[in-house]
Design a protein around this ligand. Structure first.
Ligand code: TXD
Length: 319
C-alpha cells in the first residue's frame, strides 16, 4: 500500500514541528508548503536528513507551489500570523481570513479528497471560512483546539494532584477563546469526576477553580513567556493525534471543532465538541449531558464564535 501523503500548509513553528513528528512516526510522506521561499525547503531538508538517524522510511519536500500538495490524504493548515503579546486571537482575523481564502482554493484545486485540519487562529472562525472557501465536505474539515486546551487542563490537574497524566481524562468544549468551557463534571482523575476528586481531597475547590481559569488562559500564558510567537509543541502533537485517528481509522473520540447541525442546540457553525474521527472523517458527534451552568457557558462561547463569523462576513462579502 502506498504511503499516506501529508501536506502541511504553513511551515512556521507548528508546521515544522508537525513535519518532525510525522517523519519520526512514519505517518506518511510530508510536503511542507509555505509562501516564504526557502523556509519549507530548509526545514524539509533538515528533517529528512534526520531520518538517517532515527530510521524512518518517509520523504519530505518543501514547496511554494500548491501543485505539490496534489493528492494529499491529510492537510494540516497553520498558515497565517500568530499572536503577539497583547494581541487577542480576534485581532488576527483580517489577515488570516485572506490566508484561508488562498489556502482553501489551493486545497480545492489540488487535494479535494483530503481530511483537513485547521489550526490557524481565530480557530473556530477560520475553520468555518476554510470549509467555505475549499468547498470540501463538512465532515472532512475540522479544527484543532480542544485537544490542546484539554491537554493543558489535564496537565494542570496532574501537576496539582500528583496523579499520572495517563489516568486523567479532561475535556474542554466550546470555542477556542478565553470563554472556552472546561467540563468539570465530565473530566476524571482515575475515573473519578472532578467534583468527587475534590470531595476525596485530591485538591480543594479553590485549586480546581484556579486550574479552570488557567486552562482558559493557557494560550496567553505561553505567548507571554515566549514573547515572539505562540505555543507550538503541544498544538502540533494535538493535530497529529487527529491526523493519526483519520489515517489509521482509530475512531478516537477527541474534542475538536466540528460542524454542528443541531447538536448542542447549535447549527451551521464550527464549535468544539467531542467527536469520533475515523476513515470517513468526523463520523459521530458525542453529546454530553449539560446542566444549566454548562449550557450558559457554552452559549457565551458560541456567541463569541458567532461574532467572529459575522466579522468574517463583514470583511468578505462572498461568505
Ligand atoms: O489551538 C490552536 N488552534 C492554536 C492556534 C494553538 C497555537 C497557535 N495557533 C495558531 O496557529 C496561531 O495563532 C497561528 O495562527 C497558527 C500558526 O502558528 P505558528 O506558531 O506556526 O505561526 P508561524 O511560525 O508564524 O507560521 C505561520 C506560517 C509562516 O511560515 C508564514 O510564512 C506562513 O504561515 N504563511 C503562509 N503560508 C502559506 N500561505 C499563506 N498565504 C501564508 N501566509 C503566511
Amino acid at each position: 500500500m502506498a504511503r499516506a501523503k501529508i501536506a502541511l500548509i504553513g511551515a512556521g513553528m507548528i508546521g515544522g514541528t508537525l513535519a518532525h513528528i510525522a517523519a519520526r512516526e512514519e505517518l506518511g510522506d510530508v510536503i511542507l508548503f509555505d509562501i516564504a521561499e526557502g523556509t519549507p525547503q530548509g526545514k524539509a531538508l533538515d528533517i529528512v536528513e534526520a531520518t538517517a538517524v532515527f530510521g524512518s522510511d518517509v520523504t519530505l519536500k518543501g514547496a511554494n507551489d500548491y501543485a505539490d500538495i496534489a493528492g494529499a490524504d491529510v492537510c494540516i493548515v497553520t498558515a497565517g500570523v500568530p499572536r503577539k503579546p497583547g494581541m487577542s486571537r480576534d485581532d488576527l482575523i483580517g489577515i488570516n481570513l485572506k490566508v484561508m481564502k488562498a489556502v482553501g482554493e489551493g486545497i480545492k484545486a489540488h487535494a479535494p479528497n483530503a481530511f483537513v485540519i485547521c489550526i490557524t487562529n481565530p480557530l473556530d472562525a477560520m475553520v468555518w471560512a476554510l470549509q467555505k472557501f475549499s468547498g470540501l465536505p463538512k465532515e472532512k474539515v475540522v479544527g484543532m483546539a480542544g485537544v490542546l486546551d484539554s491537554a493543558r487542563f489535564a496537565w494542570f490537574l496532574a501537576e496539582k494532584t500528583g496523579v499520572s497524566i495517563k489516568d486523567i481524562n479532561a475535556w474542554t468544549l466550546g470555542g477556542h477563546g478565553d470563554d472556552m468551557v472546561p467540563m468539570v463534571r465530565h473530566s476524571t482523575i482515575g475515573g473519578l469526576p472532578l467534583p468527587d476528586a475534590v470531595k476525596q481531597g485530591f485538591m480543594t475547590q479553590a485549586e480546581l477553580d484556579a486550574i479552570v481559569e488557567r486552562t482558559r488562559k493557557g494560550g496567553g500564558e505561553i505567548v507571554a513567556l515566549l514573547k515572539t510567537g505562540s505555543a507550538f509543541y503541544a498544538p502540533a502533537e494535538s493535530a497529529i493525534a487527529m491526523a493519526r485517528s483519520y489515517l489509521k481509522d482509530q475512531k478516537r473520540v477527541l474534542p475538536i471543532a466540528a460542524w454542528l447541525s443541531g447538536e448542542y442546540g447549535v447549527s451551521d457553525m464550527y464549535v468544539g465538541v467531542p467527536a469520533l474521527i475515523g476513515a470517513n472523517g468526523v463520523e459521530k458527534i458525542i453529546q454530553f449531558d449539560t446542566n444549566d451552568d454548562e449550557k450558559a457557558m457554552f452559549k457565551t462561547s458560541v456567541d463569541s464564535v458567532k461574532g467572529l463569523i459575522k466579522a468574517c462576513q463583514d470583511i468578505d462579502g462572498s461568505l
